[in-house]
Design a protein around this ligand. Structure first.
Ligand SMILES: Cc1cc2nc3c(=O)[nH]c(=O)nc-3n(C[C@H](O)[C@H](O)[C@H](O)COP(=O)(O)OP(=O)(O)OC[C@H]3O[C@@H](n4cnc5c(N)ncnc54)[C@H](O)[C@@H]3O)c2cc1C
Length: 263
C-alpha cells in the first residue's frame, strides 16, 4: 500500500470537494478498493470515506424501490420491503460473495466499480433503473460504458439507486465456486419498460442486454422460449474458468432458470 491521506467528511458537498483533489478516490465497503490499494494497483493521494454521509436506507413507493448507495448487500437481502416488491433483487443480494462481503459491500460501490462479473449491474440494466448522484440522475442505459467503466465523473458520488417495480423479475447465476462472482448471470424482467434481459459475467465489455432473449420472452414468457435462442460465442469472455462457448451455452440455461424463478 502506498501512503495516502484519509478523510471522512460529514457532508456530501465536503465529500465531493475532497474528491475534486487530484487522484482522490471514494471508499465505500472497501471490498474491492482495499485489495486494490494493498496490491498497489491504485495510488490515490486522498481516500475519501463515504461512511458518514448517511447514504443508507431503502424506500419503497407505489412503483419504485430506492436504495441508498451505502446500503450493504446484507441489508438489501434481508429487507422485507425489497423481498415483497422485487424478490429477485433481494435474492441477487443474498447470493453475492460470502457473509463477510455482504456485510461490508454496498450497492453504490458495486455499481461504481462495474466489475464485468458483478451481479447488481445486470439488475440495474434489466430493470431499467436509475443511478442518482450528487449532481444528476443517470439512466441504466446511459450508465454502463464498458468493463470497469461508467458514466461517473472522477469526483461524482452515487447517492442512491432506483428500480421500477416489475411484474416479474429474477436473477440466475452460475457462480465461480471460489469467489462467487458470476461466470454467467442473467437477470430477466417484465415490467413498465417491457421485457429486458441483462447478462453479466460473459461479455468482454461488461454487462449487456440480450436482444434475442428479449424478443423470444416478449413473445412467450417461458423457460422453453429461451431454449430456441442461441448466443454467438464471439465477443464473450474466455478464461481459466470457462471458454466463450461454454459461457454462450450458460446464458441460455441461466435465462431459462431465471424465467422459471420469476414465474
Ligand atoms: C471475495 C469477494 C467475493 C465477491 N463476490 C461477489 C459476487 O458474487 N457478486 C458481486 O456482485 N460482487 C461480488 N463482490 C464484490 C462486492 O460485493 C462489492 O460490491 C464490491 O467489492 C464493491 O463494493 P464496496 O462497497 O466494497 O466498494 P469499494 O470497494 O469501497 O469501492 C469500489 C469502487 O467504487 C467506488 N465507489 C464506492 N462507492 C461509491 C459511491 N457511492 N460513489 C462513487 N464511487 C463509489 C470506489 O472509489 C472504488 O473505486 C465480491 C467481493 C469479494 C472481495
Amino acid at each position: 500500500m502506498y501512503d495516502f491521506t484519509y478523510q471522512k467528511p460529514a457532508s456530501l458537498p465536503d465529500a465531493v470537494k475532497a474528491l475534486g483533489t487530484e487522484d482522490a478516490k471514494a471508499l465505500a465497503g472497501g471490498m474491492t478498493f482495499i485489495p486494490v490499494l494493498k496490491q498497489r494497483l491504485n495510488k490515490p493521494s486522498v481516500v475519501v470515506d463515504l461512511a458518514k454521509l448517511g447514504l443508507t436506507g431503502i424506500t419503497v413507493t407505489g412503483d419504485t424501490v430506492t436504495i441508498g448507495a451505502m446500503t450493504t448487500h446484507e441489508t438489501v437481502a434481508n429487507s422485507a420491503e425489497v423481498k415483497r416488491a422485487i424478490p429477485g433483487l433481494a435474492d441477487l443480494a443474498a447470493n453475492i460473495g460470502d457473509k463477510e462481503v455482504r456485510h461490508r459491500g454496498t450497492i453504490g460501490g458495486s455499481l461504481a466499480n462495474n466489475d464485468p462479473s458483478a451481479c447488481y449491474p445486470s439488475a440495474l440494466l434489466a430493470l431499467g433503473g436509475t443511478v442518482k448522484t450528487d449532481r444528476r440522475t443517470i439512466s441504466a442505459d446511459d450508465y454502463f460504458q464498458g468493463m470497469f467503466t461508467t458514466a461517473l465523473e472522477p469526483d461524482e458520488v452515487i447517492t442512491e439507486v432506483s428500480f421500477p417495480i416489475p411484474q416479474k423479475a429474477a436473477y440466475a447465476k452460475f457462480r465461480n465456486p471460489a469467489s462467487r462472482y458470476a461466470m454467467v448471470g442473467v437477470f430477466v424482467a417484465k415490467g413498465p419498460k417491457g421485457v429486458r434481459v441483462a447478462i453479466t459475467g460473459a461479455g468482454q465489455n461488461g454487462v449487456f442486454r440480450h436482444a434475442g432473449l428479449e424478443a423470444a420472452l416478449a413473445a412467450n414468457w417461458s423457460a422453453d422460449a429461451c431454449k430456441g435462442v442461441s448466443t454467438p460465442a464471439d465477443g464473450l469472455n474466455s478464461d481459466i474458468h470457462a471458454s466463450a462457448e461454454y459461457r454462450a451455452h450458460l446464458i441460455g440455461v441461466m435465462a431459462g432458470r431465471a424465467v422459471t424463478a420469476a414465474g
